[in-house]
Design a protein around this ligand. Structure first.
Ligand code: ATP
Length: 353
């Protein structure tokens, strides 16, 4: 079997191209991106207590970060989409299938990595992945071949022949990932896939997620508390708080400051530069680490900053357009009033309908 250069076999690439074609409709000169998930009015009560309150959301193709404080309803939302919990209300579509009516077909098209461990004691790693392949309809030899391919993609060596009970946390996360991917689904729903991973393993996991989305056209819903992971790979962000959707927007939109701002890191004293920028009418904020945010100045206007630095003998180490901090957005949203931010992904989808 030929490979596509990143450990995934070519049939995987072909399948995802085909799937992608189903979700991107070309009209003359206009590309309308269809939604991967579009649901409305989902309410889920656990013994009368709401975990999801009239949730409506649209997930565009690409990688979407699903964020929220503990208990905000992320896992319940995922389980609801997969029909693993029954909801009191809600309707919509997932990958073009009616939700919740066609939930069995939907499950066939989704690779789910649950938050908790899920394996059968006594099996070795590759047997466990092959079992998942067989459960999703592949015949014995093909299931085993595919399981090995997925284990290669997840950087398993000889450990694939060890019993899973002996696996480290990182290996168990990789195993769940291989299990979720083995049937080549167009949509992956990953619940905390990097929890418990060391920095190298975490980077490798994020790189795999990026590869699946960018090279193989898969869509990913990534539920996580780790905001740098969202910054690293996500295109869009959904924030749930108290069972309601507070934000659905692209990461690019959320990151863009309300006015153009430069982030400048200097070596040593920067007071001269601060004075020059302030005299020129710009608001300058100094961070705890000593770096500066010069607000109101366009990224194309860096010449002026270099000039001020030269005039005040300030050494600039780095200068780049400033981004809003995802941590701050998250904290503001989590503690703030009902603030539904606009959703450029949803708007572009709605505009095309
Ligand atoms: N099986 C259950 N029975 C009763 N209540 C539940 C059950 N599962 C979840 N809940 C409650 O529903 C709410 C949402 O929980 P959920 O696990 O969906 O949140 P979460 O955002 O995934 O949390 P975390 O980030 O901690 O995993 C919480 O108040 C939780 O206690």
């Amino acid at each position: 079997m030929m490979e596509s250069g990143d450990g995934l076999p070519n049939h995987c690439a072909i399948a995802t191209v085909t799937i992608h074609a189903c979700f991107v409709i070309h009209y003359v000169g206009v590309v309308i991106i269809d939604a991967v998930v579009q649901v409305e009015g989902i309410t889920k009560l656990y013994r009368g207590v709401p975990a999801l309150r009239d949730v409506s959301l649209t997930v565009a193709p690409g990688i979407t970060g699903l964020l929220g404080p503990n208990g905000s309803g992320k896992s319940t939302m995922i389980k609801a989409l997969l029909g693993l919990v029954k909801t009191q209300s809600g309707a919509g579509q997932v990958l073009g299938h009616t939700w919740p009516g066609d939930v069995r077909q939907i499950r066939d098209l989704v690779g789910y990595l649950p938050e908790d461990d899920c394996y059968i004691t006594g099996l070795v790693g590759v047997e466990s992945v092959a079992l998942m392949a067989r459960l999703s309809g592949l015949a014995g030899t093909e299931a085993l071949r595919r399981a090995h391919e997925m284990m290669d993609f997840c950087d398993f060596g000889e450990e694939r022949y060890r019993e899973i009970q002996s696996y480290s946390t990182g290996m168990r996360q990789k195993l769940k990932f291989a299990q979720a991917l083995v049937h080549d689904p167009p949509l992956m729903i990953l619940d905390e896939p990097t929890t418990g991973l060391d920095p190298d393993q975490r980077a490798a996991m994020l790189s795999r997620i990026g590869t699946l989305a960018r090279r193989h056209g898969k869509s990913v819903i990534l539920s996580t508390h780790i905001l740098p992971d969202v910054r690293a790979v996500c295109d869009n962000v959904i924030i749930l708080v108290g069972g309601t959707v507070r934000v659905v927007d692209s990461l690019e939109n959320l990151s863009r400051p309300s006015s153009p701002t430069l982030h400048v890191t200097t070596l040593g004293d920067s007071s001269g530069l601060v004075a020059k920028a302030t005299d020129a009418g710009f608001l300058v904020l100094q961070s705890d680490d000593g770096s500066l945010r010069i607000e109101g100045i366009e990224a194309t206007d860096t010449e002026r900053v270099w000039q001020w630095a030269a005039e005040t003998q300030t050494s600039i180490r780095r200068m780049q357009p400033a981004l809003n901090s995802l941590d701050k957005i998250f904290m503001d949203v989590a503690k703030g009033p009902q603030s539904l931010l606009t959703n450029d992904a949803t708007e572009s989808l709605n505009a095309g309908q």
